[in-house]
Design a protein around this ligand. Structure first.
Ligand code: SF4
Length: 106
């Protein structure tokens, strides 16, 4: 299952983390929601593959520890989403389609 590109309509913003929004539901440690808005990562899909962290030309992503999450204990957090240049590389390389980038969404 890929990230829902309509998440801003289908989910509620429940928190913020490192300056970006978190879209619920969040029930730690098993459900972590979607982090970010312009650059959105569904933490409940992310496998911690790391391709986005390695390939992003402007270092938008930072690793965060997510102990006891069923998919992976590391997530790629869009900590610097305001730096995004909309190249779409992260969307293309993510093996599980956990990332959605929308230049019109802030
Ligand atoms: S779209 Fe490009 S610049 Fe933006 S987060 Fe993804 S890889 Fe980085």
């Amino acid at each position: 299952m890929a990230i829902d590109p309509q998440f801003t309509e289908n989910r509620e913003q429940v928190d913020s983390h490192q300056g970006h929004d978190v879209w619920g539901p969040v029930e730690e440690p098993e459900k972590l929601g979607i982090h970010g808005t312009h650059v959105a990562v569904d933490f409940d899909i992310c496998l911690g593959d790391g391709a986005c962290v390695e390939d992003c030309p402007v270092d938008v992503f930072e690793w965060v520890d997510t102990p006891d999450h069923p998919e992976s204990e590391l997530k790629a957090d869009p900590a610097n989403e305001s730096q995004c240049i909309d190249c779409m590389l992260c969307v293309d390389v993510c093996p599980v389609d956990a990332i959605d980038v929308d230049a019109g969404r802030t």
